[in-house]
Design a protein. Structure first.
Length: 258
């Protein structure tokens, strides 16, 4: 199933569950009022405050973390574009006869790196593109080392090979950064607290002469939208929030290779 569609289905299910729990909480509240109309319920505010306070804390924590990781991923795209561009320029240090083959490998490598992220959310196609880029890495490195040694001079080895090393290392950093997400228990706590908050919200609305549909639907809608935005922020290749604009830097580097 498409990850974007799966996320939307989960959010829709969460909205339905929150709405149902609000209704259940309202009925519980109305039943308690019928059974014990004179009971003072002022002490319930502490429990509700604790739940909603924790919910606010977890939402702020997950949103802040998602934003930080989003910015880090954009910065890594800039770094990779710089690393590839620098290594490309330093190919000039190699013997003229060996440069065309290595430059062709660079073009294919850059295309594979672009496809690794451009093909998402097709995960399998993206993995195939990453495998191509890894195979090209080995060819670029081995042929560049051989060509650098053939010059019999120090500059190619001292300038080109470190630039190649940076170009190869950044791919591991980007792959690791893409896999860093909040622990499942954190997101589970957000969902659980949102569901508990729905019960309390419904319970607190009990006893009113008229039902306020905006109040009931509004709470569920606001919470599910907030959670969706956090998840979308956390996976910027699958939803509405994207880092595709930063990929233009790599596209520009690739265009300069023509």
């Amino acid at each position: 199933m498409n990850p974007t569609l799966a996320a939307l289905l989960i959010i829709a299910a969460l909205f339905a569950a929150m709405h149902a729990l609000q209704e259940w909480g309202r009925r519980l509240g109305e039943r308690d009022r019928r059974l014990d109309p004179g009971n003072d319920r002022s002490g319930q505010g502490a429990t509700e405050g604790a739940v909603f306070g924790l919910l606010s804390l977890f939402l702020a924590f997950t949103f802040s973390g998602a934003g930080a990781r989003f910015d880090a991923r954009r910065q890594l795209i800039v770094e990779e574009a710089n690393d590839i561009g620098t290594a490309w320029l330093r190919i000039d240090l190699l013997p003229a006869g060996r440069q065309p083959e290595i430059r062709d490998l660079f073009r294919r490598y850059t295309d594979a790196r672009l496809d690794t992220y451009r093909l998402l959310p097709d995960v399998q196609a993206a993995k195939a593109a990453r495998a191509r880029s890894q195979a090209l890495q080995q060819q670029i490195w081995s042929k560049s080392v051989t060509a650098a040694r053939a010059t019999g001079q120090a500059p190619p080895s001292m300038l080109l090979l470190p630039a190649l090393n940076d170009m190869l290392d950044i791919t591991t950093t980007r792959t690791a950064a893409a896999s860093f997400h909040p622990p499942v228990v954190i997101m589970s706590m957000v969902v659980i607290l949102a569901l508990l908050g729905s019960i309390f919200a419904g319970y607190g609305a009990a006893g009113r002469k008229s039902r306020n549909g905006i109040h009931i639907l509004g709470f569920a809608a606001v919470m599910t939208i907030a959670i969706y935005v956090i998840v979308d922020y956390e996976y910027p290749r699958f939803g509405l929030i994207r880092v595709d604009a930063s990929d233009q830097l790599l596209v520009d580097v690739r265009r300069s290779m023509n």
